[in-house]
Write a protein that binds this ligand. Structure first.
Ligand code: ADP
Ligand code: MG
Ligand code: ZN
Length: 622
């Protein structure tokens, strides 16, 4: 969709001003380079001049501050009749000249010409304006004129027929779509709602992790509703100059009100909407954001006529950092969750994107959807594109299942780094580590089906990986399954211990995830027998950012200690379990690791057969 900048007046004015300046500058330069007659007169030392005066050779002298020009009485043949010298401070000069009968005159103090006066008055301010303008333009990021710091940079969005985004382009987020359809309806026929006495909502906040289609949805709203659509990113309000953000908000709403009914879309609202109390620790920049936020709140509370609604859409992926005042009724009172798509959602999103590439009819999208649990819409779009690139690289005329399979791995584990070669001994460690994950994952409940083990390095940090595919979409996990997951995550490190008797740095990410799960079991899911069904972590407000942001509820020291102990116990137990399982299956561990070192990758039936030989050790229940 093209974005129209609806006035270019300031830009034109800027051009004129520039031309004028450049013209004056050129004249000035020319003036100083113009050949000066004084330059052609031969210069002589002052002492020679005095000598010549004393010898009665000088007939006339013309004295200015910069030079003394004088004429010789009887110039010798070939000698210049007029000479010049640089005056030095010499109080006796007039007497000397008079004594020798030299006719002399001094120039009147130099009067600046009109031109110079003009230059000295006009040029400095012009330079000042130019500098200011330079900064202004950098601030604005484009075509606006001088001193317009306070103009909002909102762009009016005018969808044209070909590039129009509609709700049909967004899939897998049905609830959000439905909610927004209603908004579109409000804008198209406000009267119908007003007749019923319904209050039209002012603000709708789209909340969800990155890449789930929030920006896309808002563009679809613009495409569906035939109303002007102002789009601006929250970060564009945050400026160097205090007060600029607030002024921009005011300007934005003014423009919007003129075009009502219309929609304002503020992307990345968290850039201005950060909680005021929460950010006290940060020095500087706070005041500015606070002012901007206050202005936004004022504008949203402000008068908007019911039959000419201005609806504010906003998007954020950090709802928990938003100021509570933003979420009050009359402001962003509607919050629409745009979450990662589920199995059927992923399938429909894939359908949208495979239509844009040539795809082989044999491709099974269901299995692709099943293997991409946790992918957001943007990841899926990327996945299909990767697959098409792979097909092209292999000179295929259409995308086949294998391309999609490889693309999944790429997106999951980063791009294959063929160039990175592991040392032989490192390779051994990685092989045992990955097989450790696979064997434990195979034997414990909750471990999903191991589809592939590989020691081909991928991406930035993964040295090898064990690809587990969940067999079905799961929303609930039992305590047993979570414990199994922790054990599986620790399987890698445990294998290193069992086989090499020492540990490496390769398990850092595994440990992180294992500890996270254990912490959630105790703090969020109330799965600890010792601590009971209490949620020690604060509400799951930060579900998009993981547990790291969760402050703990206020608990006594004893409880805090008990929580830590319980988390520790969960992880320790899982570790013991993994070690026991691996010791009991040492033969299989060696056998599979040997195969992997040979082939780098094991997957499919071969892997299932090998894992099928693994047994629970005597006396150990699942
Ligand atoms: P967000 O603003 O939530 O971070 P975007 O809307 O910018 O995400 O999504 C980035 C791209 O990913 C979109 O342009 C679109 O191509 C694709 N995409 C994301 N979510 C979806 C979806 N639900 N349906 C179709 N495409 C999607
Ligand atoms: Mg976005
Ligand atoms: Zn690992």
């Amino acid at each position: 969709m093209p974005i129209r900048q609806d006035d270019n007046g300031p830009r034109r004015r800027f051009g004129l001003l520039n031309l004028l300046l450049i013209g004056i500058g050129l004249l000035f330069l020319l003036g100083s380079f113009l050949p000066n007659r004084a330059m052609q007169v031969p210069r002589v030392p002052y002492s020679l001049f005095i000598d010549q005066v004393n010898d009665d050779q000088v007939s006339r002298a013309f004295i200015t501050q910069e030079q003394i020009r004088y004429e010789l009485r009887n110039p010798a043949a070939g000698e210049a009749p007029v000479l010049a010298t640089t005056p030095i401070f010499d109080m006796d000069l007039p007497q000397r000249l008079e004594k020798k009968g030299v006719e002399f005159a001094a120039a009147p103090p130099r009067k600046p010409s009109f031109f110079t006066t003009l230059l000295s008055w006009v040029v400095p301010p012009l330079i000042f304006i130019l500098v200011l303008q330079f900064f202004a333009r950098r601030q604005m990021g484009g075509g606006q004129g001088a001193l317009s710091f306070t103009r909002s940079k909102a762009k009016v969005y005018v969808p044209d027929e070909q590039s129009r985004v509609t709700f049909a382009d967004v899939a897998g987020v049905d609830e959000a779509k439905q909610e927004l359809t209603e908004i579109v309806d409000f804008l198209k026929k406000p009267q119908r709602y007003l007749d019923l006495g319904a209050r039209i909502p002012k603000g709708v906040l789209l909340v969800g992790p990155p890449g789930t289609g929030k920006t896309l949805l808002s563009k679809a709203v613009a495409g569906e509703a035939d109303v002007p659509f102002f789009i601006i990113s929250g970060s564009e309000f945050v400026e160097l100059f205090v007060g600029a953000g607030a002024a921009r908000v005011r300007d934005l709403f003014e423009q919007a009100k003129k075009k009502a009914p219309c929609i304002i879309f503020i992307d990345e609202l968290d850039a201005i909407g950060k909680s005021r109390s929460g950010s006290m620790g940060v020095v500087g920049g706070n005041d500015e954001r606070e002012q901007t936020l206050n202005q936004l709140l004022t504008e949203m509370d402000g008068f908007a006529t019911a039959d000419k609604p201005v609806i504010v859409l906003a998007a954020t992926n950090q709802p928990e950092t938003l100021d509570a005042a933003l979420l009050r009724p009359g402001r962003f009172d509607r919050q629409v969750l745009v979450d990662r798509p589920d199995l059927s959602g992923r399938r429909t999103i894939l359908e949208i994107y495979v239509k844009k590439v040539k795809i082989d009819p044999s491709v099974d999208l269901d299995s692709v959807a099943a293997a991409t649990s946790g992918f957001a819409g943007a990841d899926l779009a990327n996945l299909v594109n990767e697959a098409a690139l792979l097909a092209a690289r292999n000179n295929r005329s259409s995308v086949i299942q294998a391309d999609l399979g490889e693309a999944i791995e790429r997106v999951v584990a980063g791009l294959e780094k063929k160039s990175r070669v592991l040392q032989e001994d490192e390779k051994r460690v990685v092989a045992y580590h990955e097989v450790g994950h696979a064997i434990v994952g195979h034997l414990v409940p909750g471990g999903s089906k191991v589809a592939k083990i590989s020691i081909v390095p991928r991406g930035m940090s993964a040295l090898g990986y064990t690809l587990q595919l969940p067999t079905e979409e799961r929303f609930l996990s039992s305590r047993d399954e979570l414990q199994g997951q922790i054990a599986t995550l620790l399987g890698g490190r445990s294998a290193e211990e069992v086989v090499f008797g020492k540990i490496t740095t390769g398990a850092a990410n595994d440990l992180q995830r294992a500890t996270d799960i254990a912490e959630q079991m105790v703090g969020t899911y109330g799965m600890s027998e010792v601590l009971g069904p209490l949620a020690y972590d604060r509400q799951s407000g930060s579900r998009f950012l993981g547990a790291g942001q969760n402050p703990r509820r206020a608990v006594s020291d004893a409880t805090a200690r008990a929580i830590d102990k319980e988390v520790r116990t969960l992880v320790d137990d899982a570790h013991d379990r993994a070690v026991t399982l691996l010791n009991g299956n040492r033969d299989q561990l060696e056998c599979i690791a040997g195969k992997i070192l040979e082939k780098e990758v094991i997957e499919g039936d071969e892997l299932q057969e090998l894992l099928g030989n693994c047994r629970l050790p005597e006396g150990m229940a699942t």
